[in-house]
Write a protein that binds this ligand. Sequence first.
Ligand code: 13P
Ligand code: SF4
Length: 381
Amino acid sequence: MSVASRPTAGAAYELAPYKSLDNGALQARIAAVRASLGSRLLILGHHYQQDEVIAMSDLRGDSYQLSKMAAESGDCRAIAFCGVHFMAETADILANQPARLEARDGRRVTVVLPDMAAGCSMADMAAIDQVEGAWEELGEVIDTADVTPVTYINSAASLKAFCGRHGGIVCTSSNARAVLRWSFERTSRVLFFPDQHLGRNTAKAMGIPLEQMPVWDPHHDTLGGNTPEALKASKVLLWRGHCSVHQMFTPGHVDLFRAKVPGIKILVHPECPMEVVDKADVQGSTGKIIREVEAAPPGAKWAIGTELHLVNRLKHEHPEQEIHFLSPVVCMCATMYRIDLAHLCWSLENLAAGTPVNIIRVDDETARWSLVALERMLAVK
Ligand code: 13P
Ligand code: SF4
């Protein structure tokens, strides 16, 4: 089981007073901790974080880039992860892998998540007992030795460990295709969880027909709601999970922008439903979305389908382009948004005082097997 090992009791500072400080005061105090800890502290920020938090981050990236940064975290002693729970778990596993620990004479990197309520609703859609149950049930119909389990990085460490134990692998939105290719070099089938959309969009782009992608519903009593024949005919078994943020974009939004803004290009994240991705000009991870905009000439017109904070930041950073949010309704990741300057300042000052709060520490056995699946991913080109 993954655990946050230290409760806030015993902390030098309580959270409540930080909430009444204004941003200027919080920024100054965060800057003071950064100055005092220097290279011993690394603040990582996911692209969906609020601007104020991004401004305080040493490095920012998409899920894949952040994993690599944690794996290469050098001599830092602590990582404050401005993102969500599964990202902090991944950072803990990679920063404290045996080779790194040995190079640091056994000293662990303390990974903290400024607000423990920063989870991911998609990750919560696949629990380890559900995945283990599905695997067992599948084994009654097909040979699971011929199935590679692939977990999207947006999942609990226990699922990554499951993949490590069963010859499987982790993927992110930036390498899902390469990971599926890797999987099909080993087995003729894949079980992909928890995001059905990323799995479907990626497999479809590789030419796999939809009929060979049944969806496994973990809440269904028998075979995830499938017939034995459908499972036997499958190539990619998709898990019934999704991102509630990206699920809100629709093909109608794409049609509206195409009708309203001549020459507009539609740029979406692959967590969007297939019907949206099919109509888009470009799809990719948050990192790819940023690179596409950065490489575009002045006057380029975009409607972007991903989390609101990132789209708004791109708008401000690129006034020479016309950037729209793809949906007329607000699609923001409420859990990412929980990380604010008050929580960041509180967690950093406790770190500096030697009473870290909200530590994310994956237990050794889970970390060991998760690392197997993560290393397979990091080795895939
Ligand atoms: P990427 O940053 O890897 O594109 O992932 C987006 C996301 O939903 C993170 O939760
Ligand atoms: Fe999870 Fe979606 Fe938020 Fe990403 S955007 S952290 S997938 S809920």
